[in-house]
Design a binder for this molecule. Sequence first.
Ligand code: SF4
Length: 142
Amino acid sequence: MFENLVKWSRVKSPWVYHLNSGSCNGCDIEILAALMPRFDAERFGVRLQGTPRHADVIVATGPVTEQLKDRVIRIYEQVPEPKFVVACGQCAISGAVYEGSYCTEGGIDKVIPVAAYIPGCPPKPEAILDAVVKLVTALKEG
Ligand code: SF4
């Protein structure tokens, strides 16, 4: 009963924590555009949270830098279960232009598990919203 209530609330209103682990900020600007009234992610119940402890989904941008690797893992551990990570942009997917650099680990899935990938450099707000809708649909289907 309680699990059903938690699942229902997650499907109706996934709360998002935005994590930048080394991005150039291009992807971050598109995420913010997706959350603003023009694209209006709130119509799907998506809400930006300031703390990972209150979030259901981490939206991660950028490659993982050596400097931030431990913090990325700590932030992931702070999100309550069940949790999902969405890699937003080519850098978060594979490291892209930073791949092979001495100071980066590569994509976010080198460090924490990733449930969904949004390609693009940077992805458009429409692509970010599409990923959110697909994630909510996947949550509904269990
Ligand atoms: S994918 Fe492109 S816009 Fe996004 S962080 Fe990498 S270089 Fe910047």
